[in-house]
Design a protein around this ligand. Sequence first.
Ligand code: MHO
Length: 209
Amino acid sequence: MNTNCEAIFGLQCFWGSEVKFGIIQGVIGTSVGYTGGSTPDPTYKNLKDHIEVVKVVFDPKLVTYEELLSVFWSSHDPTFVTKRQYMSAIFYNNSQQRLLIQESLEAQQRQLSEPIVTQILPFNVYYLAEDYHQKYFLRKHQSLLLEIGLTNSEVVLSPVAARLNAYCAGFGSTLQLDNELKRFGLHLSPHNHQLIQHLINSGPNLGEC
Ligand code: MHO
C-alpha cells in the first residue's frame, strides 16, 4: 500500500475517530489501532505507552491529505490535555505529510486562543486493535453485520463497513446512504434500511466514547 494514501490520527476515543473519517467521501477504508509507544504488542487492556489511533486509507483523487487534516482539526479539541491513551496526535508517513501537518497546525493555531497540544510524530509500528473495537457502532447491530456478510478481518478497511459504521453513529444523510448503497450495489432488507435511516435521522451520537 502506498503510504501516501494512508493517514494516522489520534483524536481521543478511537471508536469515534473511525466514524469521523469513515463518513468522508474519498475515504476507502479505516481501522483502529495502537501506535506512538516504544513497547511491543499493546492491547486495549494493556496499552503500555501507546495511544488510540485511526488509520485512514484514502483515494487522493477524491480527497486530499489536507482535507483530512481539516477533518482532524474540526472534529476534536486540539487544545485539550488528556491522558496519553487519548492524546491528540498526527503521525506522518513521509516528509511531505510532515510539512502539510506543520502548515495546517500553524494555520489552525492562528484561529485559536489556547495553545494546540497536538503532537506531530513519525509513524512507526501500527498494532491493529482487537476485533470488537473495529467499526464499533456497526457491531451494535448484529443483523446488519450479518446481512452485509463481512468477516471480522473483512470489516477492517472495508469501504462499505466504514460508511455503515458512520451511519450507525448517526453521521451523514439519508441521501448519502441511498447513493452509496447504489454505488456499492448493496440491497438491504427493509428492516435494516429503516434502522439506518432512523439512526441517521436521530443525529450524531458517539455516546459512550
Ligand atoms: N468511555 C469508553 C471509551 C472506550 S475507548 C475505545 C470506555 O471507557 O469504555 O477508549
